[in-house]
Design a protein around this ligand. Structure first.
Ligand code: C2E
Ligand code: CA
Ligand code: CA
Length: 543
């Protein structure tokens, strides 16, 4: 301060915390703008210099919600030279502040008192909200999610629901409407009523409020239809609440375990019910979970909870299927096809998890992993520079696509791959979704130097006009054409696709070639390249 008071002032002036320094006689030596903004807005800090602090404290006490308390405490702190940190005070206008106090001593004599003040109103509001929420959830029977779900799970096992009972998740929908009608307290009240009614019907311990507006119910009854009927009886949608007429709308998901032998825990059962509710919300109807949905729910749960670690720990593998020039059966490349070697569910085909990953919005992580693996394999496993390598990408959005272009660019550089060997396969249906965005992505891929193949061609709905705009190098004829190859009209169609391919200087590849007859017919239709069990099954690469 002695050497460069000007500079010190600049620093003080920019602090967000209010600083006040008093001298031995308790006169203001220094204050900053943040301080005056807190207590005397509009006043310059310089005007405070020399002011008697005790007198000022008396004068400003009414600013505090508890003026006497504040004055007394301030005097005590100064008298005892007692350091203080983060002492909270509420101002009369509702703001909350915190203050620190430090004293600088010469022996027992204080020669400087330093106060630091900060406005903590916002932080305080967050804490208050949390406390309020905690109290509200206590009132309404909502407990900690993990605890509740474990309790439910134990209960499901106790009542035998896991072995032969059912479990339901019930979600009260459109709470925003209810809250608008009844206020938040009224909304809470409604949920409490729902809980009470469910408990009355199914037994107190068999019902919990689980998360937000979701309730869990376990029963030993294995008949899903009866459970649904009972739930509807209890959850009568038309009701009078606090003199208001309210319509209760719900989504109900039921899992019945009567015929399931592989559900291991109540917890898992419950996750399934919750998933059923999610699905039910999408197709607004009550949902009894069937086998297909149950597997999907499981995969979704796995993808949500541990995809990164599964990718990391080598549970995903790529199989490579030969792409063959049929006249002579020379392998000119391979398509990489992903599989998930799940530690519990066994080997999963991509159709079991790719669509779910797409739905959950996590498929780009898998695609990224595939790109990197294929580039690495191009260097280490398939070093022949003439060998093509097909990569399936599910570019559902242009944004994903552009991010993947970057990944591809990086990997091509890192593994020193000749980009021309890589064929990015995108399905025809993706093309039709948003053509302009798709064209942009394709052009970016091409700018990396890779080739582009249109997968499942013939079953999507891309127009010839669209094809004209797409930079593609391969057309892969969908397997369904090969299956119906005996039909003369299908053969005509294939000749047509071949002609389209030639028009755009693209190679045509037939998928799903299983028999020699098919291979011969395809050759006769002018299809030069094929892929299928006849020509080679997908397999781990042979080093
Ligand atoms: P796709 O790209 O049309 O792949 C061809 C599918 O047909 C593969 O199934 C392959 O195993 C199968 N296949 C090959 N030859 C024959 C045959 O002669 N007969 C029959 N019946 N099937 C044959 P897969 O590996 O189960 O893949 C299914 C789909 O999953 C793929 O269809 C592709 O759309 C997607 N997929 C596969 N790998 C990946 C990947 O790494 N990333 C992404 N995003 N999707 C992938
Ligand atoms: Ca493909
Ligand atoms: Ca295909």
């Amino acid at each position: 301060m002695q050497q460069d008071p000007q500079r010190l002032n600049v620093v003080f002036g920019h602090l967000h915390e209010g600083v006040l320094v008093e001298d031995a006689a308790r006169r203001v030596r220094l204050a900053n703008t943040a301080f005056t903004e807190l207590f005397t807005p509009g006043m310059s800090p310089d005007d405070l210099v020399g002011v008697d602090c005790d007198a000022a404290a008396v004068q400003s006490a009414p600013l505090f919600r508890d003026p006497e308390g504040w004055l007394e405490r301030t005097r005590a702190i100064v008298a005892r030279h007692q350091p203080v940190t983060s002492e909270p005070w509420q101002l009369a206008d509702g703001r909350w502040i915190e203050r620190d106090y430090y004293v600088r001593l010469h022996g027992h004599e204080a020669y400087e008192h330093i106060w630091i003040y900060r406005d903590v109103t916002r932080q305080r509001a967050a804490v208050d909200a949390a406390v309020e929420l905690a109290q509200a959830t206590e009132r309404t029977g909502f407990r900690d999610w993990e605890v509740t779900i474990d309790r439910m799970a134990r209960r499901a096992e106790e009542v035998g629901a896991v072995q032969r009972g059912s479990m339901a998740a019930v979600k009260v929908l459109q709470m925003d409407l209810v809250n608008a009608e009844l206020g938040y307290a009224g909304g809470d009240e409604l949920l409490v009523t729902v809980l009470a009614q469910l408990r009355e019907r199914f037994g107190h311990d068999n019902v919990e409020r689980l998360k937000g507006t979701v309730f869990g119910v376990v029963t030993a009854d294995a008949d899903p239809d009866r459970l649904l009927r009972d739930l509807h009886e209890v959850l009568d949608p038309t009701r009078i609440e606090a003199d208001h007429f309210v319509t209760l709308s719900t989504a109900i998901g039921v899992v019945t375990t009567g015929d399931i032998t592989d559900v291991r825990t109540g917890r898992e059962l419950f996750e399934l019910a919750r998933y059923a509710v999610r699905e039910g919300q999408r197709h607004p109807a009550d949902l009894v979970m069937d086998l297909r949905l149950r597997n999907k729910a499981r995969i979704a749960h796995e993808l949500e909870s541990r995809l990164p670690e599964a990718l990391e720990s080598g549970e995903f593998v790529l199989h490579y299927q030969p792409i063959v020039r049929m006249a002579g059966t020379r392998t000119i490349g391979y398509e990489a096809l992903v599989r998930w070697e799940h530690p519990v569910h066994g080997l999963l085909a991509p159709d079991a998890f790719i669509p779910v990953a797409e739905e959950l919005g996590v498929v780009a992580r898998i695609d990224r992993w595939v790109i990197e693996q294929v580039c690495r394999a191009a260097r280490d496993t398939f070093p022949d520079d003439a060998t093509l390598l097909g990569i399936n990408l599910s570019t559902k959005s242009a944004a994903d696509g552009l991010a993947l272009v970057q990944v591809l660019r990086d990997c091509v550089a890192e593994y020193e791959v000749n980009a021309r060997r890589l064929v990015v396969e995108v399905t025809e249906s993706a093309v039709a979704d948003d053509l302009p965005a798709f064209i942009t992505v394709m052009r970016k891929f091409r700018s990396v130097g890779v080739s582009v193949g249109i997968d499942d061609f013939g079953v999507g709905s891309s127009t010839l006009a669209a094809l004209r705009l797409l930079p593609f190098n391969y057309l892969k004829i969908d397997r369904s054409f090969v299956i119906d190859l005996h039909d003369a009209r299908v053969q005509d169609l294939i000749r047509l696709i071949v002609a389209i391919g030639h028009t755009f200087s693209a190679e045509v590849i037939a998928e799903g070639v299983e028999t020699q007859d098919q291979a011969d017919l395809l050759l006769r239709c002018g299809v030069g390249m094929g892929q299928g069990w006849l020509l080679g099954r997908p397999a781990l690469p042979q080093p």
